[in-house]
Ligand binder design. Structure first.
Ligand code: ADP
Ligand code: ADP
Length: 227
């Protein structure tokens, strides 16, 4: 089954703003899709609708043929927010463990999965640290680890690299590519960087503003072997 089916989904916010004209897209399992476009073209709106954080004002969205429900209740889906949004008073490990604690996963199993997720993002030695002791790039990786700890099939990210400097971004980019290959995840992320979209994704959905809409749907031939 397709990982994501967006069926003429559109968004008019309660104040009357039309954020998105009807969008239809089918995304297969294992695709790495970027939503690329200028500010205000409805990228975040579309991602939130896929995550079930915002209901389409018309149309439907299916994940594995089932209607989306709230991201917080779907263990198959993880949403990584633009800012790292970590609890500053808690250790890195506690931050990453949060979704498992909320799901009532027993402590020993949760700790093992936290260690695994931190290892995946290259922060295996940083579990006991506080977020503020880490750089911006490392904090973003903690946030991604928290998204991965539930072992989702689908990872959604809203400009995960937006606030980072270029070197950090490049490092995160390659970490993420490696992860994606390793885990067979379906990934959808929002960006306004053409290079990031082209370098990272296997498919670039180009959007335009006023009104927000999809204008191109491009499949990228990767410039290097992708196995
Ligand atoms: P992008 O992520 O591409 O910058 P957004 O999805 O955030 O675009 O916004 C698309 C349009 O919808 C913009 O015109 C924005 O101002 C508007 N918008 C976003 N959120 C809301 C909201 N909660 N209420 C009203 N208008 C909104
Ligand atoms: P930023 O570029 O935002 O400062 P980075 O992720 O590049 O963030 O990391 C900053 C510094 O933290 C690096 O110079 C590196 O020495 C250290 N660092 C990052 N990841 C690790 C890691 N997995 N193990 C040890 N040190 C790390």
């Amino acid at each position: 089954a397709p990982a994501i089916e967006i069926l003429s989904a559109e968004q008019v916010y309660p104040n009357g703003t039309r954020a998105l004209m009807p969008v239809s897209l089918t995304i297969a399992p294992g695709e790495f899709v970027s939503l690329l476009g200028p500010s205000g073209c409805g990228k975040s709106t579309l991602l939130k609708m896929v995550a079930g954080l915002l209901a389409p004002s018309d149309g439907r969205i299916l994940l594995s043929r089932r209607p989306v429900h709230d991201a917080g209740h779907d263990p198959q889906l993880s949403f990584v927010f633009q800012e790292a949004t970590l609890m500053p008073w808690a250790s890195v490990a506690t931050n990453v463990r949060l979704p498992l604690d909320l799901a009532g996963v027993p402590r020993a199993e949760a700790d093992a999965r936290v260690a695994e997720a931190l290892e995946l993002v290259g922060l295996g030695r940083f579990g006991a640290h506080r977020p503020r002791e880490l750089s911006g790039g490392m904090q973003m990786r903690v946030s991604i680890a928290r998204g991965l700890v539930t072992r989702p099939r689908l990872l959604l990210m809203d400009e995960p690299f937006g606030a980072l400097d270029e070197i950090t971004r490049n490092r995160l980019d390659s970490d993420l590519l490696a992860l994606w290959r390793q885990q067979g995840l379906t990934v959808v992320f929002v960006t306004h960087s053409i290079s990031e979209a082209v370098f990272l994704s296997t498919r670039v959905v180009v959007m335009a503003a006023r009104p927000g809409r999809v204008v191109e749907d491009l499949r990228i031939e990767a410039p290097w072997p992708r196995d």
